[in-house]
Design a protein around this ligand. Structure first.
Ligand SMILES: Cc1cc2nc3c(=O)[nH]c(=O)nc-3n(C[C@H](O)[C@H](O)[C@H](O)COP(=O)(O)OP(=O)(O)OC[C@H]3O[C@@H](n4cnc5c(N)ncnc54)[C@H](O)[C@@H]3O)c2cc1C
Length: 522
């Protein structure tokens, strides 16, 4: 990934991505959480969006040339496996409800992460785990499933009927200082709290990294302060991100030049002018380091099934640093899969093209149809969203920023109860045509099963590492305690059927050029 990063920037620039530049025209870069040097190329708080626009334009060009067929508003609902190889998918046309069979020599899943399993997250409403989960149930292993990144600079939840949280760019931590009132339950306005009564807890606990401590550490430290009663804002679930010192030191113009688009977005959403008052921020589920297990060629345990980007578990370990995800998604798609997929296809030469009338397509379509019919005819009283909120809250409390054996064991029991209730109490209005409630039901059924696997994964790993913080394994001052002697492996899980315990496969990790060491940001 690192090797391809420079080529990727050139590639994206050629697509028209407007990376930030210095006056002389050289690419500019800035610092992100967990690093003390400026090394991240960026497009002013919109890097992902701009990369997406570049990719879309390049894709549209290929579509216009007739080299790519686009099936927009389609959702993959099942993987088709013939003779143990991935040979196609069943997709639902989201506008008509019609099920379609698509045959292929290989299948690539690039369906993103599953942070939305927590209900409230920084992800778009449509993000879901269904593609990878259904592939998992067809035999693809899932790895590092409980390694979830909580982003420290999301906007806090402001009410019970909210479906999504908005992310403020991590780059703000370059100049913003994070603090909470020293006194618990302090109701004063932020500007009325004198300097000596503020706790700049990241600077206090991590003097060398301060406000740029990595995401896992910053998020956990925020939760610790909030849980101890120092949270601020209407729901007492936030902390302050304060630019007053940066404005004093650098002048408002400089801060405006760097972040005006983000400040404008913040004001539009909250009505607060962050040049005058600190921003309110809070940790939120954001990125999934876990996903489908893949080998070096990005192939899953099902031959012919590839997983790219956030959908796979590769590259980040238990803690992803800022900016590396877009890098991974682009490198996987532009520079790795185009070379590794042909390695697989070479072995498929001269084999008959898969036919959509094959019994495996018939069976896969039946499985999808049966599930959709079941949702439509359950006739309970509770909406799909009700179950999504329930599973999200349960995971946040028991398999979220921190975990413990006791909470995880409780969670597994509660998830099974929730699953039973989902099966008899769900109500889906409408029919099997254009019906977003029906789509949601399928995604939530998958989230419930995925949540259970997350808890098994977190329970089995009796150590703290990266985003996985087991309360039993911490130092006296709340830092993670790793156990490399016993847990230096990838946990890859095999599906063993509904209500059965998944089977763990261990892939040992070996380190040749770097030595494993405990991180210190003090
Ligand atoms: C608000 C926000 C800000 C971020 N900022 C940064 C950043 O600055 N730097 C960084 O490195 N990373 C950032 N990330 C993370 C990064 O954007 C993602 O990890 C990355 O976009 C993942 O790319 P992907 O192509 O793997 O998946 P995605 O971009 O999530 O794309 C997956 C696509 O698959 C579709 N899909 C899913 N399931 C199905 C299905 N069953 N059938 C058909 N289609 C399906 C989805 O609709 C989506 O279009 C950010 C993430 C968020 C949410």
């Amino acid at each position: 990934m690192a090797e391809c990063s420079a080529a990727l920037i050139d590639h994206a620039v050629a697509q028209g991505v407007p990376f930030a530049r210095e006056y002389a025209g050289y690419l500019n870069n800035r610092s992100f959480g967990g690093v003390q040097v400026s090394r991240t190329f960026y497009a002013r708080g919109q890097t992902g969006q701009q990369l997406l626009l570049g990719a879309y334009q390049a894709l549209e060009r290929q579509a216009a040339l007739g080299k790519v067929s686009l099936y927009t508003r389609h959702e993959m609902l099942e993987l088709v496996v013939i003779d143990d190889k991935a040979k196609g998918i069943i997709a639902r046309n989201l506008e008509t409800g019609k099920l379609e069979r698509h045959a292929a020599d290989a299948v690539v899943l690039a369906s993103g992460g599953y942070g939305k399993v927590y209900y409230l997250s920084t992800l778009a409403m449509g993000c879901n785990s269904s593609a990878i989960w259904r592939a998992h149930k067809k035999g693809a292993f899932m790895a590092g499933v409980s390694w979830i990144q909580f982003h420290p600079t999301s906007l806090p939840q402001h009410g019970e009927n909210q479906s999504k949280l908005t992310l403020m760019s991590e780059s703000l931590r370059n100049d913003g200082r994070i603090w909470v009132p020293k006194k618990a339950a302090d109701d004063r306005n932020a500007n009325a709290i004198p300097e000596e009564e503020r706790d700049y807890y990241l600077e206090r606990r991590y003097p060398s990294f301060g406000n740029l401590a990595p995401r896992d550490i910053s998020s956990r430290a925020a939760k610790e302060r909030i849980d101890a009663g120092h949270g601020v804002g209407p729901m007492k679930n936030a902390i302050y991100l304060d630019f007053s010192d940066a404005i004093k030191a650098q002048g408002k113009d400089k801060i405006e030049a760097k972040y005006s688009n983000l400040f404008a977005m913040y004001e539009k959403i909250t009505g607060i002018n962050a040049y005058k008052e600190p921003m309110l921020i809070s940790p939120s589920a954001h990125f999934t380091m876990g996903g489908l297990w893949v080998d070096y060629e990005l192939m899953t345990t099902i031959p012919g099934l590839f997983a790219l980007g956030e959908a796979n578990f590769a590259d980040h370990g238990a803690n992803r640093l800022g900016a590396n995800s877009l890098l991974q998604a682009c490198v996987d798609g532009y520079f790795i899969a185009p070379y590794t997929i042909p390695n697989y296809l070479a072995g498929e030469l001269n084999l008959p093209k898969p036919d959509i009338s094959h019994p495996a397509f018939e069976e896969a379509e039946k499985t999808v149809r049966r599930q959709l019919d079941r949702f439509l005819h359950t006739n309970g009283t509770l909406s799909a969203d009700y179950f999504h909120k329930k599973i999200g809250r349960l995971l946040y409390e028991k398999c979220g920023l921190s975990r413990s054996r006791e909470k995880l064991e409780e969670a597994i029991v509660e998830i099974r109860e929730l699953k039973a209730s989902f099966e008899k109490d769900l109500r889906i209005t409408g029919d099997n045509t254009l019906n977003s409630e029906l789509e949601k039901a399928g995604r939530i059924a998958d989230y419930i099963e995925l949540a259970e696997l997350m808890c098994y994964d977190a329970l089995q790993r009796e150590e703290s590492c990266g985003a996985h913080f087991r309360e039993e394994y911490q130092t006296a001052d709340g830092e993670a305690v790793r156990n490399d002697d016993e847990f230096c492996y990838v946990s890859a899980w095999e599906w063993k059927g509904v209500n059965n315990e998944p089977e763990l496969h261990k892939e040992p990790l070996t380190f040749e050029s770097v030595e494993l060491a405990v991180r210190s940001y003090k």
